[in-house]
Structure formats: structure tokens, C-alpha cells
Design a protein around this ligand. Structure first.
Ligand code: SAM
Length: 341
């Protein structure tokens, strides 16, 4: 079947910044990226991947995505790069297995990793996937259509307390209990099958004055269900240590997060990875206790106005990046006073 290639127009977020941050790690052996491996953990339509493969003609790339249709689109887009590209259908917490499948060890074999989290504009635009509250469609929201559980399964079967918990935790929804109660009341009559039915129930569950503030009334519930259906936070929490472990010395990782729950997970994992294990109060790092990673960003970087105008999706982005520190020689270790880095 011919692939729809119209999604190639999708503009990758902060692509120049990602290239600037990862290039030093990808060109350590050769200025054209020869001998280096980049893992794009969220390949999507392949926008970022294409930028890297074009900029560095020797680079090899392994692209992961849990959505087979994203892989199909990226495969067409990246076909000109031939065997420099390997695409694998997996969740990104399967990164170690994906590396093994491609002949790379799970530890110390990767020079760069990129995570561009969340749903793609392609997934949002395909109404039949059920991600958007703006269109009536089957209540699905699976990033991987072969996964067993849809959003309809959750709203039709979870008890009221579990539904409220999902809406509160993953959607930070103030009216979680009211919405959950209304969902349970309505489904007694007719089970939910469409996004439109759910939007209507949310609308009625939220008090009229609150409907006029904070964006579309269904926005937070849809975010919450999408996170639950796809176990997005669990997947990210498991994937980050695997990605850090996969990096070679001098390797770098960049993460683009679009909502605070994901960014919090990234912030915590990165702070932990770049922390010293030497007891406080000692003037030098104890051998084996120095930080293994250093941050390449001050807090989270945001897109500037020019980027946001060109690419509205970048308005919410928070970018964080780390580098795996090369092990120090004995001499360096003595000289490295704590906090110098
Ligand atoms: C924002 S898009 C990436 C867009 C891409 N950087 C580009 O330039 O075209 C995010 C992609 O990550 C995928 N994704 C989200 N969560 C994932 C997970 N846990 N494992 C693997 N892929 C995931 C989605 O299916 C989607 O295709």
C-alpha cells in the first residue's frame, strides 16, 4: 500500500538545538559521524532522524517507535539513507533489547539518544486513532494499535475511584471525581464507544463557570486517558536508566518533554544521574563516587518566540540534556575538586 507522505511536512521541534547538543558526541571519532550510533527513541515521522542523517553522512541510526504506522512513514522518508538506518517496533523501554537485536551491547555502545516525547501531530491528525477531543472518533488512543487496552476499555470497566485517580494524577483535573461519577452513571445505560460521547459527558460534569477557563474542558481528561492507555510515565521511567546505561563515555542524551508530569520524571532522573555519591563535606570526590553525568542545560530550555511562531507545537517543550563523563585519570581525580564540574 502506498504510504501517505504528507506528514513529511511535520516540523521537528528544536531540531537545530538537538543537532548542536548531540553533534559533539556523534563526531568524536570522525567529523562526518562515521563510527557513531544515534538512537532516536521516538522516531515518529522521522523529522529529527532525517536532520541528523543529512548533517552527518557517516552516522548510523536506530529508530524506535511503538506505532507501526509511524515506522512505515519514517521508513519511506529515511529510505535514501539505506543501511545506515535500522527501524524497530518497540516501546522505548525495550531499548536494550533493540540494541541487542541490532548487534550492539546494552552498555556503553551508543553515542547519542534522542527522546521527543508524547504523541506526534500525525497521530493527532488521524482522527480514527481517537486522540483528539476535537473530532468524533472511536475512543481508542493506543499509540500501538496492537496493544490490548483502549481508552474505551478503561472508561467502560474501571471503577469510579480508579477513574478519578487517573484523571487527577495524569490530567491534574480538578473535577476528577465529578467526571468519574458522571462516566460511571452514563455507562450504565450505554457503554462508551466514541470520543464525542466522552466529551459530552465531561462537558456536563464540569461546572459552567469552570468550563470557560483553562482551555477545552476535555483536554485534561483526554491527556490522562492517553497516558493511562499507553502507560506513558511507566515507560519513560523505565527507559531513562536504560538509555543512560547504553551511552558510551562522552555520549549524550537529549529529552524533549511537553507536559510537566513527563518533565518531572526527566528532571529527577537527570538530577540523580549527575549527583555526586561522595559524602558531603569531603573536598575531593572519592574514587567511584564522582558524578557519572553532567548536565548540558541550565534547568529546562524552552523554545524562543521565533521557534514557537514557526512551530506552535514547540510552545510547551522543555529540553534537558546530559553527557556521560569520561572516566578521570588518577591525576585528574585528585585535581577534580568537588563542585568544579
Ligand atoms: C512527538 S513524536 C516524534 C516526532 C519525531 N521526533 C519527528 O521529528 O518526526 C513521538 C513519537 O514517539 C512515539 N512514542 C511515544 N511513546 C513511546 C514509547 N513509550 N515507546 C516508543 N515510542 C513511543 C509515538 O508513537 C510518536 O510516534
Amino acid at each position: 500500500m502506498a504510504e501517505d507522505t504528507s506528514d513529511f511536512g511535520h516540523v521537528p521541534v528544536l531540531a537545530d538545538r538537538c543537532v548542536t547538543l548531540l553533534t559533539p558526541a556523534l563526531t568524536r571519532r570522525h567529523p562526518d559521524g562515521s563510527g557513531a550510533l544515534l538512537v532516536d527513541a521516538t522516531l515518529g515521522a522521522g523529522g529529527h532522524a532525517e536532520r541528523f542523517l543529512t548533517a552527518l553522512p557517516g552516522l548510523r541510526l536506530i529508530g524506535l517507535d511503538r506505532d507501526p504506522s509511524a515506522l512505515d512513514i519514517a521508513a519511506s522518508r529515511l529510505a535514501p539513507f539505506g543501511d545506515r538506518v535500522t527501524l524497530i517496533h518497540t516501546r522505548y523501554d525495550g531499548l536494550a533489547e533493540a540494541l541487542a537485536e541490532s548487534g550492539y551491547p546494552a552498555t556503553g555502545s551508543v553515542d547519542g539518544v534522542l527522546f521527543d516525547l508524547g504523541v506526534s501531530s500525525m497521530q493527532l491528525d488521524r482522527r480514527e486513532r481517537g486522540f483528539s477531543y476535537a473530532h468524533d472518533a472511536p475512543l481508542d488512543m493506543r499509540m500501538d494499535p496492537t496493544a490490548p487496552q483502549t481508552a474505551a476499555d478503561i472508561v467502560n470497566t474501571y471503577d469510579e475511584a480508579a477513574l478519578a485517580d487517573i484523571l487527577r494524577r495524569y490530567g491534574e483535573e480538578r473535577f476528577a471525581r465529578r467526571i468519574a461519577a458522571e462516566i460511571v452513571r452514563r455507562r450504565r445505560g450505554t457503554p462508551f464507544t466514541s470520543t464525542g460521547q466522552l466529551v459530552e459527558v465531561i462537558y456536563h460534569a464540569i461546572p459552567a463557570p469552570a468550563r470557560r477557563t483553562g482551555g477545552h474542558p476535555a483536554k485534561r481528561t483526554f491527556q490522562a486517558l492517553r497516558i493511562a492507555v499507553n502507560a506513558e510515565l511507566d515507560s519513560l521511567e523505565s527507559a531513562l536508566p536504560v538509555a543512560l546505561n547504553a551511552l558510551a563515555d562522552g555520549g549524550r542524551v537529549v529529552v524533549l518533554a511537553y507536559q510537566s508530569l513527563e518533565d518531572r520524571i526527566v528532571k529527577r532522573a537527570f538530577a540523580d544521574a549527575s549527583a555526586s555519591r561522595t559524602p558531603t563535606g569531603l573536598p575531593v570526590e572519592l574514587p567511584g563516587h564522582a558524578p557519572q553525568f553532567k548536565s548540558l542545560t541550565r534547568g529546562a530550555e524552552r523554545a524562543d518566540d521565533t521557534e514557537i511562531q514557526r512551530n506552535p507545537r514547540s510552545a510547551a517543550v522543555r529540553l534537558r540534556a546530559l553527557e556521560k563523563i569520561r572516566p578521570h585519570t588518577e591525576h585528574d581525580a585528585q585535581a577534580a575538586r568537588k563542585g568544579d564540574r
